[in-house]
Design a protein around this ligand. Structure first.
Ligand SMILES: [Zn+2]
Length: 256
């Protein structure tokens, strides 16, 4: 029988730090198990993403990370005795309470990763050993989206962790070989797009020459944080793309 865990009492800002540290430790273990256990890698990455959303909610108010904020009780909270919010509600709260907006592609990716995680945790998910490359593509895209959130939209909340995010990013990028093997498979499709007169550019996520520009979407201004985030984001013109290798959808800033 599982005993309830008695946690030491923490202040709200200490809780934030603990939640972020916990998220980062799940990221670390996700990265470390990419090769040995893609299954655990997916579970851990999803857990990390959900924790980052909770950490972000805590910056609004601690009660928002509860499944039922109307039952908030500071004493229970401080003892860690509560049910917390799931990702699907967390992003809605941020949209409604903090007027945040999220890319649909990013949210869809997180929710799909969550479904995949649930399949692994709740059912016997047997067809796993088949295709490591496709699991790594899935992890890659999820990481790209959460990394974008942490380092741009949420940069002011997670400022102190940028170096750690960047070193995790480097570790994930060491697995580029799997994406290059997917590029080989996609090459005929990319050729067809080029023959149709479509534009293929370097993908901002996987850096391969595999991002198909959506010519029907007009050039859009996209806010990006400066390297040192003192003055907030600046806007750059960007084109909408879908990567044919890593499946990431987003906006590619036009250089020049
Ligand atoms: Zn890509």
């Amino acid at each position: 029988v599982a005993k309830s865990i008695i946690q030491a009492k923490q202040s709200e800002s200490e809780w934030f730090v603990l939640v972020v540290e916990n998220a980062i430790s799940f990221l670390d273990s996700s990265v470390k198990s990419i090769e040995t256990s893609p299954k655990n890698s997916i579970i851990d990455l999803y857990t990390a993403i959900e924790l980052f959303f909770k950490a972000r909610l805590m910056k609004e108010h601690w009660s928002l990370i509860l499944a039922k904020p109307e039952e908030a009780d500071i004493n229970k909270f401080e003892n860690g005795d509560f049910r917390s919010v799931f990702l699907a509600q967390a992003h809605k709260r941020l949209e409604k309470i903090s007027k945040e907006t999220f890319e649909k592609a990013a949210l869809d990716n997180f929710l799909n990763l969550g479904m995949h995680r649930n399949q692994i945790v709740h059912f016997a998910h047997t067809d796993f050993k088949g295709d490591k490359a496709s699991v790594i593509v899935e992890l890659w895209a999820s990481w790209f989206y959460i990394y974008e959130l942490l380092t741009n939209q949420w940069a002011k909340y997670f400022d102190e962790y940028m170096e750690r995010f960047s070193s995790i990013n480097t570790e994930i990028r060491n697995h580029i070989g799997y994406l290059e093997s997917v590029l080989d498979i996609r090459t005929p499709q990319i050729k067809i797009e080029l023959e149709k007169g479509n534009e293929i550019v370097e993908c901002p996520s996987c850096t391969l020459l595999s991002a198909l520009i959506d010519k029907d979407t007009p050039i859009t201004q996209v806010g990006k944080m400066r390297p040192v985030n003192t003055w907030g984001p600046i806007n750059y013109p960007a084109k909408k793309y879908t990567c044919l290798v890593c499946n990431v959808k987003g906006f590619k800033i036009i250089d020049s």
